[in-house]
Design a protein. Sequence first.
Length: 233
Amino acid sequence: MKDFKLAFKRSVPVLIEYIVLGIGFGVIMATNGYHFLYSSFASLMIFAGAGEYVLADLISQSATLLTIFFMSILINIRYAFYGLSFIKHTASWKWYEKALFFMALPDETYSILVANSLPSREDTRKHDLWLAGLNYSYWIIGSTLGALLGSLPLDFTGVDFIMTALFVVILVDQLRKKENPRLAGLIGSLCALISYLIFKSNFIFPAIASSILLLFIFRRKIESGMRKEAIDE
């Protein structure tokens, strides 16, 4: 019970975020004519916030399966690296515990675990599983609620801007930093802008691909800036 209480306490900010963002995703799916179970099932099987928003947009545009496949890989490739950093940490876990944990390891859960569990020398298995499971459930609940709300005769204009607004706030916070980590934000912004000017509505794929390439090229410079900022603090 102690592990559950600690995990829930740490998950409260995620609860607020996921309910709001999940509702947005559910509303978008519902307003595109999909039954609420589609939203629940998508969140259950995919569990990738930004990826699900993009998926809803691609489906509404009748995108090909190949396009959806490559877009999903590009948007969600970071999750693979999250999992790799926890391979040793979960070595003694049962296979089904690993399956749940790695399935439910998005940005927010990863950040909390890196700050608390990964540096710990103690056995945090129960805490980690509770945290991952709670955050996972928040997103499913939020998207299901949104899908049910979306079926009501209400005006949901602007709901699809929720995820964009979140990333704008993250970008602004990134650019406010004094040292080199702001370079990552500038790279993403410029790649998106240039790709939009060239490819118009099809800008997402080249924007993400070019951002990833440049981030790898300037990786050492970005990491150097992050280390310097940590030392200064």
